[in-house]
Design a protein around this ligand. Structure first.
Ligand SMILES: Nc1ncnc2c1ncn2[C@@H]1O[C@H](COP(=O)(O)OP(=O)(O)OP(=O)(O)O)[C@@H](O)[C@H]1O
Length: 288
């Protein structure tokens, strides 16, 4: 299977924060959700994918190409959708189109007008009067009008009302139907991903915890509940993190097979949501 994005052993250091040796592959034709708490490093990673930031070490490849020699070709094939307005605020959509369109070989004016109509965007009103949802739609309309194969979005659903969020997710689903597009988007609203993601990449404190199919996430992770006296130094190794309460323990495992072997039917296992997974990883030490 082809990867449209490959981050190979990528590191980036800021004062007080670093991205550490990330290996991340984004598969063509699928939706990958990029999750992580505030400050985990999602935007920094996306900026490196977009060549807005250079890694200190490691390789970044898009469509198998590197930015050093293929920047223009790569950028033609990506639609970057921001969570805030990056256009000149005083301009309207018609002016923005006039500026942006010549930069793309595959710009499709008919398609642009179709999306403007579909998204009910005014062409003559200045962008600064747009709501956050309208700005997101404008940014998406531009990305789609140059036939971007890869759509990268940084927190596209943050700050949107639930109805618009659903609408946007529905639209992204629609875009995936022809099987040629790839979508990579970061979010901390994990419930968005239950609807549309095929793969999940999870970053925490600058480290990639996992990148796998949603099916594998469901298979590998579970919440386990049982009596406190079942826990000891050995049995606890089956868990990412354990919460103890007087009535019993609740823990997250990343190895459901091992839990079944150790505890049999003395514990109860339940499906762990992405939110459960993020929560337990935050509280615990990750051992693999
Ligand atoms: N240019 C920079 N210089 C110094 N530190 C930076 C810079 N950019 C980001 N950081 C720091 O890197 C860390 C990760 O930031 P990043 O924006 O990548 O996180 P995030 O996962 O996108 O968070 P959020 O969900 O809150 O947007 C933060 O602690 C941030 O302060």
């Amino acid at each position: 299977m082809e990867n449209v994005v490959e981050l190979i052993n990528v590191s980036k250091k800021f004062k007080g924060f670093s991205i550490k040796n990330i290996d991340l592959h984004v598969k063509q034709g699928f939706v990958t959700g990029f999750i992580g708490a505030n400050g985990a490093g999602k935007s920094t990673t996306i900026k490196m994918m977009m060549n807005l930031l250079r890694p200190d070490a490691g390789e970044v490849k898009l469509f198998g190409l590197d930015y050093q020699t293929n920047e223009k070709d790569i950028k033609e094939r990506i639609g970057f959708v921001y969570d805030s307005n990056v256009f000149f605020e005083g301009l309207n959509l018609k002016d923005i189109k006039r500026i942006v369109a010549p930069a793309y070989r595959r710009w499709d004016d008919t398609l642009f007008h179709q999306y403007v109509e579909k998204f009910e965007l005014p062409l003559n009103k200045s962008i600064k009067t747009f709501s956050k949802g309208m700005q997101m739609k404008a940014s998406l309309a531009i990305a789609l009008s140059h036939h971007a194969e890869l759509i990268i979005m940084d927190e596209p659903t943050a700050g949107l009302d639930p109805i618009f969020r659903r609408e946007l997710l529905g639209l992204l689903q629609e875009l995936m139907l022809d099987g040629t597009r790839t979508i990579f988007f970061s979010t901390h609203i994990t419930t968005d991903l239950d609807r549309i993601a095929d793969y999940i990449a999870f970053i925490q404190r600058g480290e990639l915890v996992f990148s796998k199919s949603i099916h594998d996430v469901t298979e590998d992770y579970a919440l386990v509940k049982g009596r406190i006296d079942l826990l000891d130094r050995d049995t606890e190794k089956a868990f990412v993190h354990v919460h103890r309460a007087p009535t019993g323990f609740e823990a997250l495992t990343d190895n459901t097979t091992e839990v079944k072997e150790i505890f049999g039917d003395t514990v109860v296992m339940e499906r762990a949501s992405l939110e459960d997974i993020m929560y337990y990883f935050k509280g615990g030490i990750h051992h693999v």
